[in-house]
Each structure stands twice: as structure tokens, then as C-alpha cells.
Design a protein around this ligand. Structure first.
Ligand SMILES: Cc1cc2nc3c(=O)[nH]c(=O)nc-3n(C[C@H](O)[C@H](O)[C@H](O)COP(=O)(O)O)c2cc1C
Length: 200
């Protein structure tokens, strides 16, 4: 299940859907009204284009949809991006729409729930909601770039975060760049060579 809420960064949710499709994983998508607003602000996709990236699209008001029940088997759920409002509803079991209900079901069924919470700076209330979500078994994963991989483009940054979120659901993303000990050693050796060349 993929939830898209109204924080900035809809690109993360889009990429999660694209990578899941590449991995041949069926996706069920819920987009909140605020998520539709950021889609219009941040992309050239229509609501129909976004829906086409998922196998099944659910209306956020449809709290009777299959994904509202724990008897519907899933690998888990990724909320990307996750607004503070959606985080707070999830953290305190407020299933006020299909996204937050499906997230609550994911927690109660002890399945992985990954929340790409996006806000900055953070208030104590935001941090408390993150703590409560974590205490209930959720995984708070703010979309923060890994600069050690030397991303060249915004797409590289989005790909890496979306791939890592799918990793947490046990979904294999073949082309995901991963840090290796070899790369670390090579860079340190290059750095040492440069330093000794400079001091010679
Ligand atoms: C352009 C734009 C960017 C926003 N970015 C954020 C954000 O990064 N984080 C956040 O928590 N809310 C953000 N908001 C506010 C949420 O959209 C708002 O709180 C909304 O009620 C969230 O509803 P939802 O959780 O049901 O999607 C943004 C709103 C707009 C219009």
C-alpha cells in the first residue's frame, strides 16, 4: 500500500510506485486531497496519470475499501511523503480517512509501516508524534539525501530514498545504489595519494 499525503515531495511517492511496478509488486494507492494539491503544484501529472502508476487506486473517503481491513494481506505500507497531519493521525490511531485507517491496520497487524515524514524545522509536538508512531511499531524515515553516494541529480536522491523505503518492506530494487566497503576503501586510498602528492 502506498499513501501520498500533502507534504512537499510527491516525487517520493511517485518513485515508490514506479519502482514497485518494476519489482512486479501490486500496489494500492490512496492520495489525500492535500496530496492531490501538491501533485498539481509539483508535477505535470494529472490525477488520472498518478492513479495509472498504481494497480488499484482508492478514494480517501472510501473507508470500506479492502485495504481498511487487516484480513486483506499486504507486505506493508509506505506513506510518501507523510505530512505532520497524517503522521499525527497515525501516531494516535486516528483513522479519519482511508490512508490513516490503512496505516493503523498495518500497525495493528504488525506489518511494516514506513513514514517519509517531511517537515522542517520540527516542534516538540512533531517529535512527540514521531515517538508515538515509533512506539506503535512504525518506521519514521525522513527523506534525507545520502551525500556519501554522491548523487548527481534530484532523481538520484529521490531514487535512493524510494528504494530504501521499499527495502524496509523487503521489496528488492535491483538497481538501487548501495554503499560498499570497496568504494569506501578506494576513496580513502585516492585521498591518501592526493595528500602525499601535495606534501611531496
Ligand atoms: C505546497 C505545500 C507544501 C506543504 N508542505 C508540507 C510539508 O512539507 N509538511 C507538512 O507536514 N505539511 C505540508 N503542507 C501542509 C499540508 O498539506 C496540510 O497540513 C494538510 O492539511 C495535510 O493533509 P493530509 O495529511 O491529509 O494530506 C504543505 C502544503 C502545501 C500546499
Amino acid at each position: 500500500m502506498v499513501g501520498i499525503s500533502g507534504a512537499t515531495g510527491i516525487a517520493y511517492g511517485i518513485r515508490v510506485l514506479e519502482l514497485a511496478r518494476k519489482a512486479e509488486v501490486e500496489t494500492h494507492l490512496v492520495v489525500t486531497p492535500a496530496g492531490q494539491r501538491t501533485r498539481a503544484y509539483e508535477t505535470d501529472l494529472s490525477a488520472r496519470d498518478l492513479a495509472a502508476l498504481a494497480d488499484v487506486i482508492h478514494r480517501p473517503t472510501d473507508i470500506g475499501a479492502a485495504i481498511a481491513s487487516g484480513s486483506f494481506r499486504t507486505d506493508g505500507m509506505i506513506v510518501a511523503p507523510c505530512s505532520i497531519r497524517t503522521l499525527s493521525a497515525i501516531a494516535f490511531a486516528g483513522g479519519d480517512n482511508l490512508l490513516t485507517r490503512a496505516a493503523d491496520v498495518t500497525l495493528k497487524e504488525r506489518r511494516p509501516l514506513v513514514l517519509l515524514v517531511r517537515e522542517t524545522p520540527l516542534t516538540l509536538a512533531h517529535l512527540r508524534a514521531m515517538t508515538a508512531a515509533t512506539e506503535s511499531g512504525g518506521i519514521v524515515m525522513p527523506p534525507v539525501p545520502a551525500f556519501y553516494l554522491r548523487p548527481g541529480t534530484v532523481e538520484d536522491i529521490v531514487d535512493h530514498t524510494a528504494g530504501r523505503a521499499l527495502d524496509l518492506l523487503g521489496i528488492e530494487v535491483p538497481e538501487l545504489p548501495r554503499w560498499s566497503g570497496d568504494a569506501a576503501r578506494r576513496r580513502l586510498e585516492e585521498d591518501r595519494r592526493d595528500s602525499s602528492a601535495q606534501s611531496a
